[in-house]
Design a protein around this ligand. Structure first.
Ligand code: SAH
Length: 262
């Protein structure tokens, strides 16, 4: 399935090993070496056969264990040595995954590189909430944006385009910048009561999940965020979850987030 000297960029999905594609699993079995990120779930790593070499090259904000150029070089060297290389990345490798650098590094050396997509965190977060990311007539557009800012620097984002009341905004790496995201979107005209959902460790069921309003996001974020990866979803499509939460609470006095799926 993987030729010697070939590289596959493989999506590991959001964490739950059951959300790994069958193709990804076959590639893990066919690899001779797997370079993986810190965000790849333990359950997924457990699927890598013991005979396959594992190389952590994880990057979590603040703790860069290997820089991108080093990772690019490791992939190229392994391929040139005739290995069957899998580069395993959280979610979908083509969404905020620095895939382009790796693709170009390989292509520059004439190394064949192919991609196996994965389920991205926004999809997993919506599934955990039991809602749709789009909503007929109300959320006709879905925007994936990264709010990663270096050392708290202002984000270079086009807020007036992002503040679209007809869109769902999926914010990746938005934890540190949650207060800024809230402030800038409101300043750009998005209503302060726009529903916002926050999901940590989507698909793994062991993180915070809550629904709030855009103006309250900074407070909610401070109270709820741990060091787990978190997705922030903003827009009217989240309204259904807010309504569902209220309905369920008034019926049973318990939040539906208390119910864990097995
Ligand atoms: N390629 C990945 C995204 C990498 S950027 C994908 O397609 O999902 C890393 C960011 O993704 C994290 O900061 C967080 O915002 C989000 N993320 C990744 N896994 C997540 C999870 N299980 N739950 C919530 N957010 C997650």
């Amino acid at each position: 399935m993987i030729a010697r000297g070939e590289v596959w960029l493989v999506g590991a999905g959001p964490g739950d090993p059951d959300l790994l594609t069958r193709k990804a699993e076959r590639l893990l079995n066919a690899a001779s070496v797997v370079f993986y990120d810190a965000l790849v779930g333990q359950g997924v790593l457990d699927l890598i056969p013991a005979t396959v070499r594992r190389e952590p090259v994880g990057k979590r904000s603040g703790r860069h264990s290997k820089d991108q150029a080093t990772i690019d070089r490791l992939l190229v060297e392994a391929a040139m040595a005739g290995e069957r290389v899998v580069r395993l990345k959280g979610g979908d490798p083509a969404i905020f995954g620095r895939a382009t650098e790796e693709i170009e590094a390989c292509r520059a050396e004439g190394i064949p590189i192919r991609i196996c997509p994965g389920i991205t965190a926004a999809s997993a977060a919506a599934a955990d909430l039991g809602i749709s990311l789009t909503l007929r007539g109300l959320a006709r557009k879905l925007t994936f944006v990264t709010a990663h800012s270096r050392n708290g620097a202002a984000l270079d984002l086009d807020w007036s385009t992002l503040a679209d009341p007809q869109a769902t905004l999926a914010v990746y790496m938005g934890k540190e910048a949650a207060a800024m995201v809230s402030r800038e979107l409101i300043a750009a005209g998005l209503p302060a009561d726009t529903p916002v959902a926050l999901v940590e460790n989507a698909s793994l069921g062991d993180g915070n999940r809550l629904v709030t309003r855009l103006d309250l996001l900074p407070i909610a974020a401070k109270a709820a965020f741990t060091d787990k990866p978190a997705m922030i979803l903003i827009g009217q499509a989240m309204r259904l979850r807010a309504t569902a939460a209220l309905t369920a609470r008034s019926r049973s006095n318990a939040s539906p987030t208390d119910h864990k799926l097995h």
